[in-house]
Design a protein around this ligand. Structure first.
Ligand code: NAD
Length: 484
């Protein structure tokens, strides 16, 4: 089912009812299990993370093969680099930091509170629902799970229907590694996903498109379930007047063509000083030839996930060309049979075309010329807040103006994608690119309740304010007003 809920046959209705019942049963079982151990100790959490690590290790080859099958072609190096390695590194990071993250945080009190004491306890929320997209199908389901398990929660996972081979493999791997009341997988299309996000979880982590994110936020609001929304959008790359293209362009091309542009933080379009557009274009073309010679047959290149997504990319280029843009082929021709979409640059695409309004999510690079840095900054600020922003250049003052003059989910300066790969940098969008953040301690905290606890001492000054109120209370209030 390709992103649409069609009319249901009796058979699919029965299947859907079964999934809905399974979601309710799993959630009830996980909530009951959570109640029997509300705040699991370090040993329990560490053991869950260790099992997850062993699972990814022993299933690695099967996951890599399944994901390649789902895409048509996805190089093992890409899946290992972007799905397997970051997840295993994040598990190791969480296990190293877990004791420190779990430790109650001492808080100093105002003098009015002394001699009481206070701490903030970090406790699990309960059961977390995690819904993932297809583009990095392992990373974007298991990374939130790491935070959930570290924080002591139980979790239910709903991977994308567009990666069915991987989703089946994940369901088997999780069932083999965890009890169903610890971690469980639910598979299915948008209708199952809608039922999943309507269930009364204690928290939902959704990674996917902005349009579906809106529906998830609505469904969760009915249960007052808090949501972390990891969405998409158009992430700009600014090439400063001071940028050295021999350094900048290889990094930009790498980030744009990784997974054939099917990356939430891929640079969507490039803002280039007007006088340097021709130089930029020829550098990009040369670099595509260096990184991916012989397109579309190059085995290092990733297929587009589905015929529907491939046809959409064709339409984006056609519409831009029909409305006056120049389309420049950067590699070879396309291979529709294998859904290999060779990279295309677009110059002069009108603002109202789909390619300039929607997240591209493919190997098309619009080039937007600018005359002044203020103009480039204004271009970004007039649009939805991006998930990522990239700036290339040597001029530190210009860099500072861009960093302070724009809002984005995250930034890499003089490279692309890499801020996402650091466990100690919180990752998340802003505005239309989402809200909330995770990774490392941010992921642990997003799925914890920070519970403030004040412990009163044997002696308490508050007694001086008990009724009946008289002169002592007046005097105390004056004192508090002056020095409180
Ligand atoms: P999508 O929104 O179509 O689907 C994501 C998930 O939502 C799938 O599991 C799907 O089954 C489920 N879903 C579909 N309809 C639903 C509904 N009505 N209610 C609840 N869930 C529903 O996204 P996609 O095409 O899989 O992924 C691409 C998008 O995800 C892009 O916009 C990309 O930028 C974004 N993305 C964001 C991040 C991030 O970390 N911010 C990472 C990867 C992808």
């Amino acid at each position: 089912m390709d992103g649409q809920v069609g009319a249901r046959t009796d058979e699919t209705s029965a299947g859907f009812a079964e999934s809905e019942a399974r979601i309710a049963a799993l959630l009830a079982a996980q909530k009951a299990a959570w109640a029997s151990d509300v705040t699991p100790d370090h040993t329990t959490r560490d053991d869950r993370l260790a099992r997850l690590d062993r699972m990814v290790d022993s299933w690695q080859d099967r996951f890599v093969a399944a994901i390649s099958e789902d895409f048509g072609n996805r190089p093992a190096v890409v899946t290992t680099l972007t799905d397997i390695v970051p997840v295993r590194a994040a598990i190791r990071h969480a296990r190293r930091q877990l004791r420190a993250w779990m430790r109650p945080q001492r808080v100093s009190l105002a003098w009015t509170g002394i001699p009481a004491s206070a701490v903030i306890l970090r406790q699990p929320l309960g059961v977390v629902g995690i819904v993932g997209p297809w583009n990095y199908p392992l990373n974007l389901v298991l990374s939130p799970l790491i935070g959930a398990l570290a924080a002591g929660n139980r979790a239910m996972l709903k991977p994308s229907e567009l990666t069915p081979a991987y989703s089946q493999a994940l369901a088997h791997a999780i069932a083999e590694t965890f009890a169903e009341d610890e971690v469980a997988v639910v598979t299915g299309g948008p209708d199952v996903a809608a039922a999943f996000t309507a269930a009364p979880f204690d928290h939902l982590v959704f990674t996917g498109s902005t349009a579906v994110g809106r529906k998830v936020a609505e469904a969760a609001a009915k249960n007052l379930t808090p949501v972390t929304l990891e969405l998409g959008g158009k992430s700009p790359a600014i090439l400063d007047l001071s940028a050295q293209f021999d350094k900048a362009v290889p990094r930009l091309v790498w980030g744009k063509l990784l997974n054939s542009g099917q990356t939430c933080v891929a640079p969507d379009y490039a803002l280039v000083p007007r006088g340097r557009v021709a130089e930029f274009l020829s550098a990009v073309k040369a670099e595509v030839g260096r990184q991916y010679p012989g397109l579309p047959a190059n085995p290092d290149y990733t297929s587009i996930i589905s015929v529907r997504h491939f046809s959409r990319l064709i339409r984006l280029v056609e519409e831009a060309r029909d409305t006056g843009a120049e389309a420049v082929e950067l590699g070879g021709s396309h291979d529709p049979e294998r859904r290999m979409f060779s990279p295309v640059a677009l110059i002069g695409a009108p603002d109202e075309t789909a390619v300039m309004c929607e997240e591209i999510f493919g190997p098309i690079l619009p080039i937007v010329p600018y005359d002044t840095l203020d103009q480039a900054i204004a271009y970004i600020n007039q649009r939805d807040r991006p998930l990522a922003l990239y700036w290339f250049g040597e001029d530190k003052a210009a860099q500072e103006r861009v960093l302070t003059g724009t809002i984005a989910g995250g930034v890499t300066v003089n490279d692309t994608i890499l801020h996402l790969a650091q466990d100690d940098l919180p990752f998340g969008g802003v505005g239309a690119s989402g809200y909330g953040a995770y990774h490392g301690e941010a992921g642990f905290l997003a799925l914890s309740k920070e519970k403030p606890v004040l412990k009163q001492s044997a002696i308490s000054g508050v007694k001086l304010l008990y009724p009946p109120y008289g002169r002592l209370a007046d005097w105390m209030l004056k004192l508090l007003g002056r020095i409180g």
